[in-house]
Design a protein. Sequence first.
Length: 102
Amino acid sequence: MRLNRSAVLLSLLLAAGCAGPSATVGQNPYPPPPALRAEAIPKPPVTEQLLVWQPGHWDWTGNGYAWQEGRYVPLAGHGTQWMFGYWTNSSGNWTWVPAHWM
């Protein structure tokens, strides 16, 4: 009988170790952005301003992602590097950082 209890206890401990936690602390609860869509970049419009192509990107709407089409924007006032939107965890709170120029 003592051997039986030990075997049951051992099997329960092993099973518990295999199950793992249901939610990992710090795990992002939101789905990752979908894959980028292929875009044909049109010729820039003729203007006196210097323009730069801002690629299409996914933006979080609060309950899902919405595709924002690529477009030409004035170069003035922007950085030179485009950063796609991403999720960040600050003090345990997940926040969407929209796509932006750096």
